[in-house]
Design a binder for this molecule. Structure first.
Ligand code: NAP
Ligand code: MG
Length: 503
């Protein structure tokens, strides 16, 4: 069955393209090569997608370069209007987009509908509105001079995203870049390229000029690496693993690209003895099991005060066991498959990693027994207790429905455990003690802290990490700063300058 038929079977009304999107047109790769994309529910092929190589990236960069003068000089409000129209179109086609994202990634349809699609629309809308509100400054310098700053686009921006939230992450990257007047060459992950291509269609419908956005699905080691190296690209923005982030930095050195990195995490989710247990149990399950745990900000280290640890775990384990794992297109499903078989096996391998170091498996740790799910990438919600916070399961990002439990006695111990990794992305705590909450917010080594909540994101709120979790921020005014460069302009208004060389 071809993609259009499969899409129809999944209830998709719009035809889905499976070519590259370059200079406003869908085109095959120069090499004619394609990549199969699979349905993670049963690993059946759902599409053949053109695979970009160097020649295609060159064409995309050339298109983005020639579109840049017009796009960057367009009235900011007009750029914004196109993004606002796109947000409306995403909502109008929301159900189709949700199904497409679910088909490609395995996200439960319930989540694609309630989170991925609305958050994507919200992101384009926020930055559509931002386009004409982000401004330079006037600086009070010495008498007689006017000094002001211009916030200019960086130029052609290369963007590379992973497979865990393909629809949302393309919006987090493209919306601010476009609002600021840059043009874009975007490489989605090879296993989840479909929603980015659909967005390209909707962008064209929203009135995006040709060449402003180019989508080049392909292999990371080929197309991704080449984007990071390309001398015609002024900035590379990357979301993915820390190891690939390092390669991007090295590849970017040739033309000293501006680099923005959103990398891995090992979020500490701390539950104190005075926490509201009902809220903490629910919030902690969401923190790790939403999106099958495939989230950089997942609360993957559950750090419990020893006085409430047993009571907490009793409820937490019962809740984890009750999560409905199933076909992602079934609207009742709460946890779908992971996004690839290779990744499923990697996640499951951590059960042995835990055992080898004296860890205890408390729940899950295997594929579900339901034969209907046997061909898919499913993993049961998995809970392990680690012997030490230094163990591998308490240090390495598993990126699945796999949570590592640790316990503590004092606030100092909780803080040491939480800060005891090289990562520093998201962290959370559950407590009724106001002073402790704010002290931890200050002391936690993280780009984001959630108090009596977890994993909140909003297009206005800066998102990013410290340490091995990367640098730079997405969202909000910070994202606009990342996607612009500042120019300082000096004007002699009526300055009396003494002659430097009196004659
Ligand atoms: P990954 O292997 O680093 O891949 C991410 C993207 O980079 C993919 O598009 C990949 O292409 C591409 N890529 C691979 N090698 C490349 C190279 N040498 N040069 C340029 N691009 C290259 O990451 P992943 O395992 O797919 O994704 C999961 C990781 O992303 C986790 O570590 C997670 O924490 C992180 N993440 C971070 C954030 C954040 O905001 N901090 C958000 C979500 C995820 P292919 O598709 O061909 O591999
Ligand atoms: Mg897929």
């Amino acid at each position: 069955m071809n993609l259009a038929d499969l899409s129809a079977a999944a209830g998709l009304k719009a035809p889905i393209r499976h070519q590259l999107f370059i200079n406003g047109r869908f085109v095959d790769a120069q090499s004619g090569q394609t990549l199969a994309t699979l349905n993670p529910h049963d690993n059946s092929p759902i599409a053949e997608v053109a695979m970009a190589g160097h020649a295609d990236v060159d064409l995309a960069v050339a298109a983005a370069q020639s579109a840049l003068p017009r796009w960057s000089r367009m009235a900011a409000a007009d750029r914004g209007r196109i993004l606002l129209r796109l947000a409306d179109l995403i909502e109008a086609h929301g159900e189709d987009l949700a199904r497409l994202e679910t088909l490609d990634t395995g996200h439960p349809l319930k989540d694609s509908r309630a989170l991925d699609v609305p958050r994507t629309a919200a992101c384009y809308r926020y930055f559509g509105g931002m386009a004409d509100k982000f401004q330079g400054e006037t600086i009070p310098v010495e008498a007689g001079f006017l000094n002001y700053t211009l916030r200019e686009p960086v130029g052609v921006v290369g963007q590379v995203v992973p497979w865990n939230f393909p629809l949302m992450f393309t919006s987090w990257k493209m919306a601010p870049a476009l609002a600021a007047g840059n043009t874009v060459v975007m490489k989605p992950a090879e296993i989840t390229p479909l929603s980015a291509l659909r967005i390209a269609e909707l962008m064209a419908e929203a009135g995006m000029p040709d060449g402003v956005v180019n989508i080049v699905p392909g292999l990371g080691a080929v197309a991704g690496q080449y984007i990071a190296e390309h001398p015609g690209i002024a900035k590379v923005a990357f979301t993915g693993s820390t190891a690939t982030g390092r390669r991007i930095v090295q590849a970017s050195a040739g033309n000293l690209k501006k680099v923005q990195l959103e990398l891995g995490g090992k979020g500490a989710n701390i539950v104190f003895e005075d926490a509201n247990l009902t809220a903490a149990v629910n919030g902690s399950a969401w923190a790790i099991f939403h999106n099958q745990g495939q989230a950089c900000i997942a609360g993957s280290r559950l750090v419990l005060h020893e006085r409430i640890a047993e009571a907490f775990l009793e409820r937490f384990v019962a809740l984890a066991r009750s999560i409905r794992v199933g076909h992602p297109l079934d609207a009742a499903t709460e946890m779908g498959p992971l996004t690839s078989l290779q990744h499923r096996d990697r996640v499951l391998s951590y059960v042995d990693v835990a055992r080898t170091q004296g860890g205890e498996l408390i729940a899950g740790g295997k594929t579900p027994s339901d034969p209907a799910l046997a061909a898919g990438c499913y993993v049961e919600p998995t809970i392990v207790r680690a012997a030490s916070w230094r163990d591998r399961v308490a240090q390495e990002e598993v990126f699945g429905p796999f949570v590592t439990v640790l316990t503590f006695k004092t606030d100092e111990e909780a803080l040491a455990i939480a800060n005891g990794t090289d990562y520093g992305l998201g962290s959370g705590l559950w407590t009724a003690n106001l002073q402790r909450a704010h002290r931890f917010a200050r002391e936690l080594n993280a780009g984001m802290v959630w108090i009596n909540s977890y994993k909140r994101v909003n297009p206005g709120s800066p998102f990013g990490g410290v340490g091995q979790s990367g640098y730079g921020r997405e969202m909000g005014f910070d994202a606009m700063r990342e996607y612009t460069q500042v120019k300082s302009v000096w004007v002699n208004v009526d300055a009396q300058i003494p002659p430097w060389y009196p004659r």
